[in-house]
Structure formats: structure tokens, C-alpha cells
Design a protein. Sequence first.
Length: 65
Amino acid sequence: MVGSLELGYPTFDLPAEDAADLRTTLYTAEPGTPSDDALRLLASWAATHAAPTVDDAATPVTERP
């Protein structure tokens, strides 16, 4: 779709109260590189569709006559 990407991916350990610790990985591209441009393009595609929210789920659906 956008070609090869050169990304950094630092991993962060997040403390948790239960026995299972959490870990998150953040994928980043060097600013101003072709990988940065491609990653921004991919992000714009993902951001074009609104994800349902908790408020959306709580809104009752009413039928029209």
C-alpha cells in the first residue's frame, strides 16, 4: 500500500496490580523521512472512520413510524 517502512519500536513496561504486567510498543518514524510520510498516510486512512464510543452504545435506538 505505501511501501517499506523503517520504524523504531521502543517497548515500555507498565506496572499492573495483578500478576500480569502490561507492555506497550510504540512504532515511530524519523520526522521528515519517507517512512514518516507513509506512516502519516496510513494513519489518515485509519482516522477517517469514526469508531463507536461508549456514549454511542448507550444511546437508545428509536424506530421511526
